[in-house]
Design a protein around this ligand. Structure first.
Ligand SMILES: *[C@@H]1O[C@H](CO)[C@@H](O)[C@H](O)[C@H]1NC(C)=O
Ligand SMILES: *[C@@H]1O[C@H](CO)[C@@H](O)[C@H](O)[C@H]1NC(C)=O
Length: 204
């Protein structure tokens, strides 16, 4: 158990969230490494030996999500950037939700679907222009399953979307290409009651 915890502390970055129903503290669970403990062991350590309230996955791997079944932990899954453009097709969005969310919806505490990772900062025009339509399609599918209040669709951006952040009261989003997508993104988040999220890395 001690070995598992020390492995966790190296591999995971702590992140804080403002949950829909209050504040919480979560942890990002990255799996791009060798000799990782099995997901079930990770889930048990997080659920029983830490005070984390939620866990963020960088994908939606079914076995990893399943490991958190029947724990109190909220699970946030991520659509990798490679699939963001595919989600602009509503049929693909239906299929993605049916494959990745529906099978676990009764026994896991799914809280958020993150669409891509720092998509705006990739500066890939086709990817960036797919972002909000992809999020909208996922929300439409969740609504058709009456899951839209329980599962929010969000998209973490890099702090690079800000032109000014210090002091926070002067914070501003960048103009130009960033603003073109930030406006519809913010409208979507406001309309669906979803959080705006950034990846803030005090150290990496
Ligand atoms: C996603 O879209 C790309 C480009 O259109 C396509 O090549 C790929 O097969 C699609 N992926 C899936 C899983 O459908
Ligand atoms: C830009 O994004 C599209 C859609 O995800 C992808 O097919 C393409 O390879 C990306 N282009 C670059 C230069 O990374």
């Amino acid at each position: 158990m001690a070995a598992a915890i020390s492995t966790l502390s190296i591999l995971f970055m702590v992140w804080t969230i403002k949950a829909v129903d209050g504040a919480g503290i979560g942890i990002s669970y990255g799996r791009a490494a060798s000799n990782l403990p099995p997901p079930v062991q990770v889930a048990q350590v997080l659920a029983h030996s830490t005070t984390f309230d939620c866990v963020k996955l960088f994908d939606a791997d079914p076995a990893t999500v399943q490991a958190f079944a029947n724990t109190y932990l909220a699970v946030d899954v991520t659509v990798p950037n490679d699939f963001v453009a595919n989600l602009t097709d509503l049929r693909f969005a239906h299929k993605w939700v049916r494959t990745n969310i529906v099978p676990r919806v009764d026994d896991t505490n799914n809280a958020r679907i993150f669409v891509g990772t720092e998509v705006i900062s990739t500066a890939n025009r086709s990817l960036v222009s797919s972002l909000v339509p992809a999020m909208q399609n996922l929300h439409t599918v969740l609504t058709s399953l009456s899951l839209q209040h329980r599962i929010k669709v969000a998209s973490p951006q890099s702090l690079g979307v800000l032109s000014t952040s210090n002091p926070p009261s002067t914070g501003k989003f960048r103009e130009g290409r960033v603003a073109e997508v930030m406006r519809p993104l913010r409208s979507f988040l406001r309309a669906t009651g979803s959080p705006f999220t950034v990846n803030a890395h005090p150290f990496f």
